[in-house]
Ligand binder design. Structure first.
Ligand code: ADP
Ligand code: MG
Length: 249
């Protein structure tokens, strides 16, 4: 049994079958990559895991409990954290202030944006935020205005904001999309470090094959809403079905 068990999941948007017969098992403490051409249904699948979409059919079990019918917030409380395709940080706040948001949420069980004034009274949370920023090598940028940072740094901050919630499962939707090579390599290093040092499972959607092959223990290829192949990375590269569907060869 995997930490995440997806069974017979299907999702339609009107006449369009975005997902059908999706069966996928993610093993605890592994890094499982989901790859596939544009429009294959990767983001839709992720949305079904975090409560943003409800599948029409099938089941999604996390640590033996169904996530279906639960709100994104409840699913987050179960231990699933997600980094979106576009960074969801608060550009008007500094790096440090952004870090405080998930910590308030963890303490209060809800986001309290208006409590930002009281940040400086919250000693324990401040220490936690600093520790996390140090872990992702951003402590020196703590007073930087978030909006003015590079894409890579925004992503790094967003990941730190997820990690401070101590998720058991981290979901990443194209974390290196639009990044310069140096930022991509930094992100790979950060994810490797997270994987090695934490008791965490990672499911990653990624276009960049360099990223996928640097991190993944298992790869599922999704094509037209359904898993085509699932295997270890070394068997995926030359797989004829994959080349046909994914690389268009
Ligand atoms: P991927 O992330 O693999 O590129 P998506 O999951 O975003 O693919 O999309 C899968 C298919 O579902 C695409 O054809 C897309 O246009 C369609 N789709 C995604 N979200 C919606 C939506 N909210 N409403 C209608 N169609 C959608
Ligand atoms: Mg997508």
């Amino acid at each position: 049994m995997g930490i995440l068990e997806i069974k017979d999941v299907g999702k339609r948007f009107g006449g369009l079958k975005a997902l059908s017969d999706v069966n996928l098992s993610v093993q605890e403490n592994s890094c499982h990559a989901i790859i596939g051409p544009n429009g294959a249904g990767k983001s839709t699948l992720l949305n079904c895991l975090v409560g943003k979409l409800i599948p029409d059919t099938g089941s999604v079990m996390f640590q033996g409990q169904s996530v279906l019918g639960r709100s994104p917030h409840e699913i987050n409380q179960m231990g699933i954290s997600r980094v979106f395709q576009t960074p969801e940080i608060f550009g008007d706040l500094t790096v440090f202030e952004n870090m405080m948001i998930p910590l308030f949420a963890k303490r209060d069980g809800a986001y309290r944006l208006h409590a930002i004034e009281s940040v400086f009274n919250e000693r324990t949370l401040i220490e936690e935020a600093e520790k996390m920023l140090e872990e992702v090598n951003m402590l020196d940028k703590r007073h930087m205005h978030s909006a003015s940072m590079s894409r890579g740094d925004k992503r790094r901050l967003e990941m730190a904001m997820c990690l401070v919630q101590e998720p058991k499962l981290l979901l990443l939707d194209e974390p290196t999309a639009g990044m310069a090579r140096a930022d991509t390599n930094n992100t790979i290093d950060l994810l490797k470090q997270i994987k090695d040092e934490r008791d965490i499972t990672i499911a990653i959607i990624e276009h960049d094959m360099h990223v996928v092959f640097s991190l993944a223990d298992r790869i599922t290829v999704l094509a037209q809403g359904t898993p085509l192949v699932e295997d270890a990375p070394e068997n995926i590269k030359g797989h004829p079905k994959v080349r046909e569907a994914y690389l268009g060869e």
